[in-house]
Design a binder for this molecule. Structure first.
Ligand code: UDP
Length: 239
């Protein structure tokens, strides 16, 4: 019997760093190809996939502004970095025969469609992976917030937030061997305890609209598929 996915439409949030691999900067072609294969496997299940990719592997507005750059300008650079990542992912997916569209929140018609919600939904219905670039298009926001916003706009059933650890812990598991992992959390837990899931703006947006978030480990191969098929891995955040 064919495996039945738990979700019909998902929004997958990848940090920019996920694309950098061991080198810690830029885009590692092997790493991005591996992630693209995992996304292809999920598309093959018949799941509609939207993607938001961060830009932290190239440029972070906050880091640049703390070194003296104007914050808004630095944030626009960060948003441009997300477009570079989006184009790299588009290339990696299309090499595997997955149809894609990049939609940018900042118009740059030569390389990406502008963000048009109804068109994005049409692409998804046709089985194309839609990659949302340039975050929300506004400085002072993050791509986590962009992921929440777009997920809501396109009526995704869940945000899959890919990280390097296998869920949310009470303290940093990289530093503390006794850190305890949560299987599930409420939005308020995340906000009150200041847990590292998504920033407060993104978390509040999900809370106000009851959009579940699943935080899981991307470094383990096959995990995106596992989550989509309903395996209880990672940490689920919901009402
Ligand atoms: N950014 C922004 N508005 C947005 C999304 C992103 O200004 O709506 C900028 C911000 O400077 C941020 C950078 O883009 O630092 C990269 O995004 P983010 O830090 O969210 O990437 P990630 O940490 O997921 O790699």
């Amino acid at each position: 019997m064919a495996e039945e996915p738990r979700f019909k439409r998902i929004l997958l949030k990848l940090s920019g760093e996920a694309l950098a691999g061991e080198q810690g900067y830029g885009i590692d072609p092997v790493v991005i190809q591996d992630i693209a294969e995992e996304i292809r496997d999920v598309v093959r299940l018949g799941v509609q996939v939207a993607l938001v990719i961060g830009g932290g592997n190239i440029f972070r507005g906050l880091a640049a502004s703390s070194r003296g750059m104007d914050r808004a300008s630095a944030d626009y650079m960060g948003m441009l970095a997300t477009v570079m990542n989006s184009l790299a992912m588009q290339d990696a997916l299309e090499k595997l025969g997955v149809l894609t569209r990049v939609q940018s929140a900042i118009e740059m018609q030569e390389i990406a469609e502008p963000y048009i919600r109804r068109r994005a939904m049409r692409h998804l219905e046709k089985g194309r992976v839609v990659i949302f670039g340039a975050g929300t298009g506004n400085p002072y926001f993050t791509t986590d917030t962009a992921a929440s916003l777009r997920a809501m706009e396109i009526s995704a059933e869940v945000i899959l937030k890919a990280t390097r650890v296998d869920g949310v812990y009470d303290t940093d598991p990289m530093k503390n061997p006794d850190a305890v992992k949560f299987d599930s959390l409420t939005y308020l837990d995340v906000l009150e305890k200041g847990l590292q899931v998504m920033d407060a703006t993104a978390t509040s947006l999900c809370m106000d609209n009851q959009l579940p978030i699943v935080v899981f480990d991307l470094t383990e191969k096959g995990n995106i598929r596992r989550v989509v098929l309903g395996e209880n891995i990672g940490t689920t955040v919901k009402g």
